[in-house]
Design a protein around this ligand. Sequence first.
Ligand SMILES: *Cc1c(COP(=O)(O)O)cnc(C)c1O
Length: 425
Amino acid sequence: MKSKTEVSEIGGAGKSTKAVWGGEQITHPYNATQTPIVVSAAYGYDDIDVWYDVALGKSPGFIYSRMSNPTVATLEAKICELENAESAVAFSSGMAAISGVLHTFLASGGRVVSTRDSYGGTNKIFEEFLPRMGVEVTLCDTLDHEAIEREIARGCDVLYLETPTNPTLKVLDIKRLVAAAKRAGALVVADNTFATPLNQNPLALGVDVVVHSATKFLSGHGDVLGGLVCGAETLMEKVRHYREINGASLDPFSAYLIIRGMKTLALRLRQQQQSARALAEYLCTEPLVESVNYPGLPSHPGHAVACAQMQGFGAIVSFVVIGGMETVKVLLPRLQYAHCAGNLGAVETIYGPARTTSHVENTLEERLALGISEGLVRVSVGIEETEDLLADLKQAFDFTRAQLRNDSQSNSKNTQTERRTEVEI
Ligand SMILES: *Cc1c(COP(=O)(O)O)cnc(C)c1O
C-alpha cells in the first residue's frame, strides 16, 4: 500500500488522474476520504515558539484563514498539479484574482499592454481603475500580433493575454507574444478560463502567471465563485502577500465546492466539447446565422494556432444571428435545455447575448467599437446529450424563422416602411 501521509508526487499521471487526486493524497483527520471543510478563522498554539515559527513561515501550519486555510490549500495544490505550477493562490472570485495580480505587479508609472477583447470586467480594470493609479494601459487590436509586439517593444511591465477570448473566441499566439515580452523584460499573465488547464497550459508556453475564474469550468456547476492564480513561488509569494493584506481570500466552503467540481472536469469537458463541435457545425448551415466562432472549425482564423497550443477547442461557441436583437429575443426564450444567463462552464447549457453577459458593463457604442454585434450569442455547452442539444437549437431556429416571416408579412400588410429584418427567411 502506498503511504498517503505526505502529499506524493503525481507529476507523471494523466490530467484526469491529477484532477481527481491532485492535492488530495493526504491522510485526513478521522481517516475521512474527502477533504474536510475547515471553517476555523484562527489556529491555536500553546507553544509560543512553535506559533512564532509558523507565523514566520519557518514551519508548516496555519495562523489565520485570511492568510491560509487547509481546505483552500488543497485547492491550490490541485490547480498546481493541473497547470504544472510551483505554487498557487486562491481568491474570492476570478475578478479578485485578476485585480490582485495586476495590482501586485503594476505600480504608478508602470505600463501594461493587452488586447481589446479581454473579459468585460478585466477591460474595466484597464480602462477605469489602472489609469487612476497612474498606470499606462495600451489595449491593442486583439488579432494584430504585430501591433501587440510593437507596443511591447516600446517598454512594458506586464503583458496581459486572454485566449480564446470571450465571447468572440479569437485565438492569440501565446509563444510568439511571450517571445516579444521576454525581449522587453515584461511579465506575462494569461487568463486561461476559457481553455481550462485540460486544453491549454500557458506556463508550458512561457507565460509567467496563469489566472482562472474557478466559477466557470473548474467548479463546473454554476454554484460558487472563485479565482485561482498560479506560477513560480517567487511570483506567488508576492500575490499571496497582496491577498493577505487586501483580503479577497476564498472561503473554505467555496474551496470545497471547487475541489469537488474539478474532479469531474475531464469527463464534463469531453462531453461538452463533443457537443460544442456538433452545434458549431450545425450553426454553419443555419440560414439565420451570419457567422460562427469556434476555434475547432477549420474555417476559424485561429484554427492553426489553436491546434498548435491547445489540446482541445473548448466548450464555448458563439454566433451572430441575422436580424440582431430582434432575432435573439425570439430565439433564446424558445430553447428548452438552456439557461439564459450570464455565466458559463456549468453542466447545464447556457445561452446569452453579449449585451447581458460578457459585456454587460459596456455601452452599445463600446460593444460596437469592439466588433461585438447585438446579434452575437454565446453558448456555453453543457453535458446534456448532444442529440438533444442539437434538436433543441434546430427547433428554436425553425420557430424563429417562422415567427419572423409572419412578422414581416403582417408588417408589409400594414404597409409599414420599417423592415424588421433584412433577410429573406
Ligand atoms: C467569468 C470570467 C472572469 C471573471 O471571473 P468571476 O469569477 O466572475 O469574477 C474572468 N475572465 C474570464 C475569461 C471569465 O469568463
